[in-house]
Each structure stands twice: as structure tokens, then as C-alpha cells.
Ligand binder design. Structure first.
Ligand SMILES: [Zn+2]
Length: 84
């Protein structure tokens, strides 16, 4: 297990996987692919991937207003399913 973890951290350093720490006692790793974000179900631990174009534009606008070119960002949402 220690070897697996070392390897995953190495892949993370090489920028081949993305390491996620979702406020859990362990890290999750994901092979890098198309840009997206995550919504974590705080009850089941399910991770839902989503993309949102307005969000991407907004983040560039915020950075620009602060005098920056945005080079990277992360966003994780945490929620529980609505009960009707
Ligand atoms: Zn984004």
C-alpha cells in the first residue's frame, strides 16, 4: 500500500494525475482529463463531476479584476441531496 501511495504521489508531481483531498481520511487520485469540477455528496461520499462555462468565465474575470492572469484553479462543492 505504501508503494502504491508513493507511486500515486509521484504521478501527481509529474502532473499526470490529480490528487484530491475531499476532507476525508484519505486522498483520491484521478487521471487528468478534461477540465471539470466536483460536487461531493457529504453523506454517501459520491463524487459528481460537472462543468460550467459561466463559472470558468467568472473566475477569469475575478482574477483579471484583481490584476491577474488566471493560470489554474480548483473548486470542490460539498452538499447533500435535496429531500422532497
Ligand atoms: Zn474550472
Amino acid at each position: 500500500m505504501a508503494t502504491v501511495y508513493r507511486t500515486l504521489n509521484l504521478l501527481d508531481e509529474l502532473n499526470l494525475v490529480q490528487k484530491h483531498d475531499f476532507k476525508e481520511s484519505f486522498s483520491r487520485f484521478e487521471v487528468k482529463e478534461e477540465h471539470h469540477h466536483h460536487l461531493v455528496d457529504v453523506e454517501s461520499g459520491e463524487v459528481i463531476e460537472f462543468t460550467n462555462e459561466s463559472l470558468e468565465i467568472l473566475k477569469h474575470e475575478i482574477a483579471a479584476e484583481l490584476g491577474f492572469d488566471l493560470v489554474d484553479h480548483t473548486l470542490e462543492l460539498y452538499g447533500r441531496r435535496k429531500r422532497n
